[in-house]
Design a protein around this ligand. Structure first.
Ligand code: ADP
Ligand code: MG
Length: 677
């Protein structure tokens, strides 16, 4: 058997299981070994029944009797109950909708049970415990790998399969250079993988996880270093810093820049005044004023007679940026044009002409900016707003449209903690705006029970009376009985007919025609609409300072980062703003996440919470892009991260990556995904 062997070599793999494995991406023995456990359970200290307290428990007991019945209240629900006993007492276990258990569990046989002992529906019982027959149950305290499971693929099946082929892990080759393995006291890959599945002690497990985490981070960091090295060797255009221009720009604003804005702007203007291409990420919480910093760089670029392009993820945002910055840019002598997919043909043709002839200096638009019909005269600066919304290809094609390497500024309001940014985007320099413009009051956020809904509506109504505006956000566009969440269409209809029939309500979602969308946004901005019922289409960037209240339905359906973004639609002026969250979920984890929003307005803190609870992939929508291949590495393990960074830097300075073919291949693969290049 080799890592390439097919799974049919294993005992017990029939067509059904083979399909289930294939659906989980497992086709070969190698894939199976590469299927990491999701977590490791250690069998808890075995308790006697008498001493059991509510919570997760594990104990050995005999089945006294098992019964199965159909619920009185819900005819579709079957309830299986078992009375378990040991010499100290008895306890009741209960399972829902697993009628076959009445046959599986055999009276007078002993099992080891593991599950939650909790208060539910009026009494305390053991809720749906897992169990293994005592004769076959693993020895207490043993470490049990728990795998990502699917319907036909349980952890115990995976464990059985892996036990048949674990020896094949010997054939796995090291990807890390052997010197690094030695110096950093890592396990060889073959041992580490073997132990992930079979560790007998915590020490073994810890060193296996550390070895694999080291490799994961090493590959990412090395990729960043390689990209950075390449960028720094190409030449970019020089954009001379002119203090007088910056002063004039700030004077036009009518307010001063915050210290963070000044600092970020200073660094950026320094960067672009060198002939090394800038590749900088500007992070700043929602509403921290990143746009102005970017605009100042655009102005400076125009002064040096180069064009700049600002790419944003949605047409709404493109129009908004265009309208709000036009006056300022015009006053600075910067000619600006809007370029989006949905504009009148003649208008678009004019824009394209102006762009290619160099008659316009700053081009604001969506991914239309990278259309094959767009020819820039001399692009010197590329700004990508909300970079996480774009794929790498979109970002690099914009860059590719310049004749010489342009400077690149990427901006994000999905704050990535610096430690993560440095690992994931090792090729980037990072600036952070960590303060809000003065006078902003922290948004008051409340998780509201459905029965208190009426109070929230009253509050909204009072604020509208005072001339303020509101958002109502729902997760869906149309009603769908499958998902059971509120839709904007449904909510719009109801609110218009009932509580808010005396108000002007607007409806916006992604399926409307572009013209309709911009008309509605326009009306909302101009105060012709009191309340905007919207999907998360308004999540990024929309800036209507007079809107001071946002109500979010089905809040558990949004990620923390998205909720924070949505909340950022209010609190943009000097008025006290409110955010009300509704949820039908009683899931503990969801509620905890929502409570985090109540407690803090700090996007960085929330990002950290999200990272810790959900892992980096999900937050930045990168699981789909396969962006972060960190399966075991914990990005907050600063000690490991800095050890790896040093190792990677030393390595790249001393060695030729090409001599390490497997590593080079990995780096090449990652480069296509992580690079903002
Ligand atoms: P974001 O960082 O979320 O992109 P914006 O650039 O949209 O934030 O800025 C949010 C709002 O704050 C805008 O209306 C902008 O004009 C205003 N703003 C930006 N900087 C300042 C400042 N230093 N003082 C006061 N208002 C500011
Ligand atoms: Mg913005």
């Amino acid at each position: 058997m080799t890592i390439k062997s097919s799974l049919s070599r294993l005992k017990g793999v029939g067509p059904v299981l083979e399909k289930a494995l294939a659906d989980a991406g497992i086709f070969t023995i190698g894939d199976l070994l590469d299927y990491y456990p999701r977590k490791w359970d250690t069998y808890l200290a075995i308790k006697r029944i008498q001493g059991i307290q509510p919570g997760l428990v594990s104990f050995e007991a005999k089945i006294e009797r098992v019964s199965m019945r159909i619920s009185h209240r819900n005819r579709r629900l079957t309830i299986t109950e078992a009375i378990l006993s040991d010499s100290t007492g008895t306890i009741k276990a209960i399972w829902f909708n697993q009628p076959y258990l009445a046959q599986t569990l055999i009276a007078n046989n002993s099992y080891r049970f593991r599950g939650n002992y909790e208060y539910k529906n009026g009494y305390v019982s053991l809720q749906a415990p897992t169990f293994e027959k005592l004769s076959t149950a693993p020895v207490a305290q043993e470490i049990i790998p728990i795998y990502p499971e699917t319907k036909h693929l349980s952890s115990s099946i995976i464990r059985k399969l892996i036990s048949q082929c674990i020896d094949v892990s010997d054939q796995l080759e090291d990807i890390l250079p052997s010197a690094i393995i030695k110096v950093h006291k890592l396990l060889p890959k073959s041992t580490a993988i073997c132990l992930l599945h079979t560790a007998k002690t915590q020490d073994q497990l810890i060193s296996a996880k550390r070895s694999i985490a080291f490799e994961e981070i090493f590959e990412l960091v090395l990729t960043g270093l390689v990209i950075k090295k390449n960028i720094k060797t190409s030449k970019a255009v020089l954009i001379r810093y002119q203090a007088e221009v910056a002063k004039r720009f700030v004077a036009l604003l009518g307010f001063g820049l915050t210290n963070s804005q000044k600092k970020a702007a200073h660094t950026i203007l320094q960067d672009i005044s060198k002939d090394v291409p800038m590749n900088r990420l500007l992070e700043g919480d929602v509403g921290s004023g990143k746009t102005l910093v970017a605009l100042l760089a655009c102005v400076m670029t125009e002064q040096a007679s180069y064009q700049s392009a600002i790419m944003v993820p949605t047409e709404i945002l493109a129009r908004q940026h265009f309208m709000s910055s036009q006056k300022l840019l015009q006053a600075m002598g910067v000619k600006t044009v809007l370029l989006i997919a949905n504009m009148k043909k003649a208008e678009k043709e004019t824009a394209l002409k102006l762009i290619s002839s160099g008659e316009v200096d700053c081009i604001i638009g969506t991914h239309a900016l990278i259309g094959s019909n767009v020819h820039y005269h001399n692009l010197g600066l590329v700004v990508v707003d909300e970079q996480h919304r774009f794929g790498v290809n979109q970002r690099s094609s914009l860059k590719g449209k310049a004749k010489t390497m342009p400077h690149v500024l990427t901006m994000t309001a999905t704050p990535i903690p610096r430690s993560l940014a440095l690992v994931v985007y090792g090729d980037l320099d990072v600036s952070i705006i960590n303060e809000l413009p003065p006078g902003r009051k922290p948004i008051i956020t409340k998780l509201v029970k459905d029965m208190d809904r009426i109070h929230v509506y009253k509050h909204i109504d009072t604020l509208i009376d005072q001339g303020q505006q509101a958002y109502v956000v729902c997760p869906l566009i149309s009603d769908s009985d499958k998902l059971g969440a509120k839709s904007v269409e449904g909510e719009f209809r109801i609110l218009q007919k009932t509580v808010f029939k005396h108000r002007r309500i607007g409806l916006i979602h992604g399926k409307l025609k572009p013209d309709e969308k911009s008309e509605i946004m326009e009306n909302f901005k101009n105060g012709k609409i009191d309340m905007l019922v919207a999907t998360s289409i308004v999540e990024v960037g929309v800036d209507v300072p007079n809107a001071t209240i946002i109500l979010i339905e089905g809040a558990d359906r949004f990620g923390l980062a998205a909720l924070h973004q949505l909340r950022g639609r209010v609190g943009r002026g000097s008025q006290q703003s409110h955010c009300y969250l509704f949820t039908a979920s009683d899931n503990f984890d969801s509620l905890t996440r929502l409570e985090a929003l109540e407690k803090t307005n700090d996007g960085f803190k929330l990002a950290q919470i999200d990272l810790e609870t959900r892992g980096p992939g999900e937050i930045y929508g990168t699981t789909q892009h396969g962006l972060l291949n960190l399966r075991l590495a914990n990005i907050f393990d600063h000690e490991l991260v800095s050890e790896v960074k040093q190792a990677a830097e030393a390595f790249i300075n001393k060695h030729n990556l090409l001599e390490y073919s497997q590593l080079a291949e990995k780096v090449d693969g990652l480069r296509n995904i992580t690079s903002l290049d």
